[in-house]
Write a protein that binds this ligand. Structure first.
Ligand SMILES: [Zn+2]
Length: 295
């Protein structure tokens, strides 16, 4: 083994999968050059960052909330908040992607709107446990803070700052697109998804984190995801819609990260925070819908 540093290992990994990428500016193919940059045939150049991710967007999104949100979200993910969800997603993939798993020697998974990267990483771990070992996971998000956190924690996947409206990938490269509690761009998802690939979209159901919603003085109107569901069905053949509902037991250490991991808390007033910090929250309800579709 030569004395490669992490950066070189990452550049080599991206080079191996360079066919996935297309230039976000001109859509031309890209290739890894000099072990440090992706270069398109029109000479648009994207350097690999020191943390090992690619910045493939003209813009990025950064707010003062991001770092705390992603740290909190990582802590909740690592403590199992979404474990039953991730298990259900991996089972859905095993059910509907069996022909792909049987016939392709290598598969590609895209997590579109990956944040700090825990969902796709944990889902890949579950797939590995079910015998799916030849799979490369790619995460994209417009939030640089999220991608930095993902690249630092999970060096064996590919991570990029990228814009859903201009996904920096060639046509039909992915066998599965994950889109978990995150905005969509269905035209782009259809373009980059392979013929037999599946999209797995997770949306909140009525009781998702209801204990937190109840903490606010001004209650939101009843939630409905009818519009999201009908838009999904306008774009994909719906293979399954599975509701996953469970209570996640909290210990005292997890209340604060739970309050900080979701944009729900962004609307909280000072009075809300004072009340929330004193609250005894024994559990929180997770109530989500997994939509699985194909082109
Ligand atoms: Zn270009």
């Amino acid at each position: 083994m030569s004395k490669w540093n992490k950066h070189e290992v990452k550049a080599s990994l991206i080079g191996k999968h360079q066919h996935l990428f297309s230039c976000p500016v001109c859509s031309q193919p890209m290739r890894m050059v000099e072990g440090k940059s992706l270069l398109c045939t029109n000479q648009h150049c994207y350097d690999l960052s020191k943390h090992g991710y690619l910045h493939l967007s003209a813009r990025s999104h950064k707010t003062k909330y991001d770092k705390q949100l992603f740290t909190s979200r990582r802590m909740m993910c690592n403590n199992g908040l979404f474990d039953p969800l991730n298990e259900a997603i991996s089972c859905t993939m095993m059910k509907f992607m069996k022909p792909l798993f049987d016939h392709k020697s290598h598969l590609y998974l895209l997590d579109a709107g990956c944040g700090e990267g825990s969902h796709s990483t944990h889902i890949q771990d579950k797939l590995t446990g079910k015998g799916i070992t030849e799979l490369t996971s790619v995460g994209m998000d417009l939030s640089k803070e999220g991608i930095v956190a993902a690249a630092k924690a999970y060096p064996y996947s590919l991570w990029c700052v990228a814009d859903l409206a201009h996904c920096p990938f060639a046509n039909q490269q992915f066998d599965a697109v994950l889109n978990i509690l995150s905005p969509s761009n269905y035209a782009e998802f259809k373009r980059i998804l392979g013929e037999d690939g599946c999209i797995l979209k997770v949306i909140p159901e009525q009781h998702y984190l209801q204990e937190l919603r109840c903490l606010y003085e001004q209650k939101k109107p009843a939630y409905s995801n009818d519009n999201i569901l009908s838009r999904f069905k306008d774009n994909f053949i719906l293979l399954s819609a599975e509701r996953v509902t469970y209570r996640f037991m909290l210990n005292a250490d997890l209340v604060e990260p739970l309050l900080h991991m979701t944009p729900l808390s962004w609307g909280a007033t000072e009075a809300d925070w004072q009340r929330m910090e004193k609250i005894d929250l024994p559990y929180v309800t997770v109530d989500l819908l997994i939509l699985c579709g194909k082109k």
